[in-house]
Design a protein around this ligand. Structure first.
Ligand code: NAP
Length: 323
């Protein structure tokens, strides 16, 4: 199990969260657990989310606009869908405190640098970031303090960024439970295209392909979903706005990886058509090794059926019992 550094030392007197959904609310929970924030304030798009965030004590003060929320903050974290980071950066530009650190959690990095960096005023330190941790849930009620425990957070500072600022943000994410890695925005986008973006696209596509089949009834797709389909539906339940923005903003890397994916898929298709069992066996064995590597790296457990709880009664999953 990953050890989480617990510190009661306040690292930032005032943290502003712009966007308080799954990631924003989890940051708040994890900051409170670590005792590293003096005060956490924030804003969202709708008054309902701000009200919920205050009620859940995720923020002590909620603001109607992002510009008001960032006033006097030492750390500003953009936790909105990727496509909004540029416009929000423009809106808050004049209200950012000199010396403040501005970061984000967006799943794409080169487009964030392109859209946000031009609005960062002199004296404010911009360090883009991306915690590789999430669930298919969204909204302020979805967050929890353990989300980042043992997960990687990637920071993509510019070469000219003050090293001390990068160190401070690294220490912040470590206090939240993460391990930190530094890379360029372009490399981040390439790695995430294959590890996250293309898998989500495949999940969205397979779920819709099944839904549109004429020769298999919808109820059969649902009834027999435990055969593998169900696991794709979990990924495909992710927020459509967030994922639309990811694909619009990581176009080149995703298209590059999709090209490779399509070639490999065609090779498998041929192997099935021509009964090439050796090729299928070799390919599946290779994939199994990758799964073992993920478990060994502590990024998942070896529990059967993705760790779903089972009752002693065969065939009756605990989640079925609940309903
Ligand atoms: P989410 O749960 O849908 O929350 C998004 C938040 O952004 C909501 O609070 C929303 O407010 C707010 N927002 C939207 N437009 C805004 C605006 N113009 N001004 C201020 N706030 C605004 O999304 P999430 O899952 O936390 O994702 C947030 C970011 O984290 C995305 O960039 C995503 O790429 C990244 N990320 C997500 C995951 C994941 O698994 N979900 C993992 C890593 C990184 P309302 O509620 O009022 O609409």
């Amino acid at each position: 199990m990953t050890k989480v550094k617990r510190t009661s030392k306040v690292m930032f007197d005032r943290i502003a969260l712009i966007g308080i959904g799954l990631i924003g609310s989890s940051i708040s929970h994890a900051c409170r657990r670590a005792g590293i924030a003096g005060e956490i304030v924030g804003s969202a798009r709708t008054p309902a989310t701000v009200e919920t965030a205050v009620k859940l004590d995720l923020i002590s003060e909620g603001y109607v606009t992002a510009a008001e929320a960032v006033e006097d903050a030492d750390l500003v974290i953009l936790c909105t869908p990727v496509g909004l980071c540029g416009p929000i950066a423009k809106e808050i530009s004049r209200n950012l405190k000199p010396g403040a650190i501005l970061t984000d959690v967006g799943s794409v990095k080169a487009a964030i640098v392109r859209d946000v960096a031009p609005h960062v005023p002199e004296g404010v330190h911009f360090v883009p970031g991306h915690p590789i941790a999430g669930t298919e849930q969204s909204g302020p009620e979805a967050g929890f303090a353990e989300l980042f425990d043992g997960r990687w957070c990637i920071l993509t500072p510019e070469p000219h960024t003050d090293g001390k600022v990068v160190e401070k943000l690294t220490a912040f994410w470590e206090a939240l439970g993460s391990k930190v890695e530094i890379m360029t925005p372009e490399h981040h986008d390439l790695v995430l295209a294959i590890t996250s973006h293309v898998p989500h696209l495949i999940a969205y596509n397979i779920v819709n392909t099944a839904a549109h089949l004429e020769r298999v009834a919808d109820r059969e797709v649902i009834k027999f979903s435990a055969g593998g389909f169900r696991d794709f539906t979990r990924i495909a339940a992710s927020d459509p706005t967030m994922w639309r923005d990811v694909f619009l903003n990581n176009k080149e890397a995703v298209l590059d990886m999709l090209g490779r994916f399509t070639e490999d898929l065609t090779a498998l298709q041929r192997a099935i058509r021509f009964g090439d069992g050796d090729m299928l066996f070799r390919t599946f064995s290779e994939a199994r090794t990758i799964r073992r590597g993920i478990i060994q790296a502590g990024q998942d457990t070896a529990a059967p059926d993705f760790g779903r709880p089972h009752t002693s009664e065969p065939g009756l999953a605990a989640d079925k019992k609940k309903s």
